[in-house]
Design a protein around this ligand. Structure first.
Ligand code: BT5
Length: 312
């Protein structure tokens, strides 16, 4: 958002300020103040004008300036009412050299899960892809996916949802006590780099927020179904802030992930290219791999689909 507009919003959120006072403190003309106020109203900031001046009464909008306003993380936000895939757009921006951009959409018409699976993303969800350019070796990149799962689970928990993490990249809500769950959110990380250096990383996060689970694929749940609707602006802000905190403190990611993991301690079956593996999930490694205790000893699985099995 334009710096002047950001400064105006900050001034207005502390109570009424008159047009002339704003013009003086920002060193701009009164006509310019009026133009910025008009622009902010057009961007759906609810600004009232009373006898003591302008006042920001509510931010109910869900758009780029609204998500940037009050966001305590260094992202610029590119918002779309509708887009094919936020990950595709974020990759495009990354290719043009962008960093710390969050692409947010109300609806996606061609969103992707892992392995080119379809991801259902109707209007009302939180669909966001973040471009980072971290100075890390590619081997540490999986920590970004784990960090995104932690951030998503934390934001959902703050919204009143009993969110947990299912390996490798799902945020789920447990059903019963035997490892069953419904899927609340999914994460898709894509990157480009060389053997010793990450060029860019795009972490795409899809959260079923203000949606009816009935309208989603089988096995899904939503924040609405679990805890009622959320203010998506505040939700995505918390998500981005948590993600930013974790990416700046990668050492904290594994312990946080372990605390929130539903998969650890479960009997699991993991489908991997070299065959199926059954055993108890006991840990996750810094490269995002799952450690499984099998009848033949410990095995580490770096990728695959994981099913929680009933205890024997
Ligand atoms: C994922 O894939 O879970 C990663 C999903 C990432 C989506 C985000 S949204 C923002 C960004 N832009 C994109 O284009 N993508 C990212 P995977 O683990 O492969 O799970 C996909 C499977 O989840 C599908 O095959 C369906 O069975 C199921 N599914 C699809 N849409 C769902 C939804 N909205 N909620 C729950 N499950 C869903």
């Amino acid at each position: 958002m334009n710096e002047t507009r950001r400064a105006i919003l900050e001034a207005l959120s502390d109570g009424p300020v008159s047009g002339p006072d704003l013009a003086d403190s920002l060193d701009i003309s009164r006509a310019a103040v009026w133009k910025h106020i008009d622009g902010l109203r057009e961007a759906d900031f609810e600004i009232e004008s009373g006898p003591n001046g302008y006042e920001l009464v509510a931010v109910e909008a869900y758009n780029g300036p609204a998500v940037e306003f009050g966001l305590e993380a260094p992202f610029t936000v590119e918002y779309h009412d509708s887009i094919g895939s936020t990950n595709d757009r974020a990759r495009e921006l990354a290719g043009e050299g962008a960093a710390d951009v969050a692409v947010v959409a109300d609806e996606q018409t061609g969103s992707r899960g892992r392995l080119e699976r379809e991801w259902s993303a109707p209007s009302g969800g939180v669909w966001v892809s973040v471009v980072s350019r971290p100075e890390i070796a590619p081997a540490r990149a999986p920590l970004y996916t784990l960090a995104a799962s932690v951030a998503t689970a934390r934001a959902a928990r703050e919204a009143g949802v009993d969110a947990r993490i299912k390996w490798p990249n799902d945020v789920v809500v447990p059903v019963g006590s035997e490892g069953d769950y419904r899927k609340l959110a999914g994460i898709l990380t894509e990157m480009e780099g060389e053997t010793d250096r990450v060029d860019w990383l795009v972490v795409g996060i899809g959260v079923n927020a203000n949606l009816d689970a009935d309208a989603l694929p089988e096995g899904a749940t939503s924040v609405r179904d679990e805890a009622g609707d959320v203010d998506r602006r505040l939700f995505v802000q918390r998500l981005l802030e948590e993600f930013d905190g974790s990416r700046n403190d990668l050492e904290s990611v594994l312990p946080a992930w372990r605390d929130l993991a539903l998969t650890l301690g479960q009997r699991v079956r993991v489908d991997r290219p070299s065959g199926e593996l059954v055993g108890e999930a006991v840990d996750v490694t810094a490269s995002g791999a799952l450690v499984v205790e099998t009848d033949d000893g410990r095995e580490t699985v770096s990728a695959g689909d994981c099913e929680h099995l009933r205890p024997v």
